[in-house]
Design a protein around this ligand. Structure first.
Ligand code: SF4
Length: 370
């Protein structure tokens, strides 16, 4: 029997394998599934439909639910919370809660812009989820890249971040509007199978709809093709950041492996659902990729795609060799895209003061925990 085994992240078939091993009937696996995902119980003792003896035997064999532990939380003045969540082996990632959040995807772009946060109470929110501990992709504007890749997260660890934050924020899925963006630490498409298992459990188990989820990729072309073929999938966002090969290679070295041409070709074949649009994210780096010529290149590159573009003025951080463009440069960039007929939105930075904003997730703990 295993020393430590987490149940969270197992699908119904895998839970049936567990109940089989204990000589329990298959309907016990369904009860485990409902307890883990529908009820979102965090302790084995809470699984009241299971006989106490079975719960005890699971516990003695080293099984637990496996919800990540909150090691620290940092609260931003805009209401954003950055969680440091730790797993059984002591590794941790960051997960960000954005109340009233437009932290990557509001669906129609209507929540984008520079509007002030009106209230600390929330009726909708976004959770930004990590997929790996660190990241191997090495985007030059991103603090996570400085960690390198430490390991992939399991499906349970990806899903567990969401459940832990929902528990802490007392989210009621019936009442609250919650969006999920897989845009935290890591490249989800380099941990594809675990990421997709988490997505399926979120839909089949927890009850999320796929249209409330968005995954962002740096452009892992073969996985975009796999993703296109999935029956259930979140919306797709692509981190573009430059429309010419030389510049993109400079700030996103992964372009050497999967060129812009291959990336755009994979997107031209991507089957969009009704009213669905692709999202391109573009981090503006002062004096590097934010000139008028770059905006025109972007417009040219994505012409003909059903897409919108989210502009993010760099969220600066220690050891990042770029600076944040002034607001007028960001607006000028947006204007060129809009004049070319491309829906372009300026994303409001969230939690910059606590290093929770895009590209800032790097276990920065030199802030006061709450
Ligand atoms: S931006 Fe995303 S893909 Fe690029 S290094 Fe950071 S976490 Fe990895």
């Amino acid at each position: 029997m295993p020393q430590h085994s987490e149940l969270l992240g197992l699908c119904l078939q895998q839970l049936t394998d567990v109940t089989d091993r204990f000589g329990e009937p298959p309907y016990r696996a369904r009860q485990l599934f409902d307890g883990l995902y529908r009820q979102r119980w965090s302790q084995l003792e809470q699984f009241s439909p299971l006989p106490a003896d079975f719960r005890r035997r699971l516990h003695e064999a080293g099984y637990s639910v496996g919800l990540p532990r909150s090691e620290a939380r940092f609260l931003s003045e805009d209401g954003t919370v950055r969680y440091l969540l730790a797993f059984a082996d002591g590794q941790s990632v960051e997960t960000v809660w954005m109340p009233e959040g437009d932290g990557g995807e509001a669906g129609d772009g209507s929540a984008s812009g520079d509007e002030e946060l009106e209230s600390k109470t929330w009726s909708r929110a976004t959770i930004c989820v990590s997929s790996q501990v660190g990241c191997a992709v090495d985007c030059k504007f991103c603090m996570t890249a400085l960690l390198g890749l430490l390991r992939n997260l399991t499906a349970g660890e990806i899903l567990g971040q969401i459940l832990a934050v929902m528990q802490d924020q007392q989210v009621d899925l019936e009442r609250d509007r919650l969006n999920l963006v897989f845009m935290g630490q890591g490249e989800p498409f380099l941990n594809y199978d675990n990421f997709m298992q988490a997505v399926r459990l979120l839909v089949d188990g927890v009850g999320f709809t796929e249209s409330r989820m968005t995954v962002s990729t740096s452009g892992i072309v073969p996985r975009i093709a796999d993703f296109a073929a999935e029956a259930v999938r979140p919306k797709l966002a692509v981190s573009l950041n430059a429309a010419n090969e030389a510049l993109r290679t400079q700030i996103m070295p992964i372009t050497k492996k999967w060129t812009i041409e291959k990336l755009i070709a994979s997107l031209r074949n991507f089957p969009l659902r009704n009213r669905e649009r692709l999202t391109f994210e573009y981090v503006l780096l002062n004096g590097v990729n934010d000139e008028a010529v770059h905006a025109r290149e972007v417009a040219e590159l994505i012409r003909g795609l059903r897409a919108k573009i989210n502009l993010i003025a760099l969220n600066s951080g220690p050891d990042i060799p770029f600076s944040t463009p002034a607001a007028d440069r960001v607006l000028a960039f947006q204007r060129i895209l809009r004049d070319a007929g491309i829906p372009a939105f300026i994303r409001r930075p969230r939690g910059r003061d606590i290093y929770a904003a895009c590209g800032q997730l790097k276990h920065t703990t030199e802030l006061v925990g709450l």
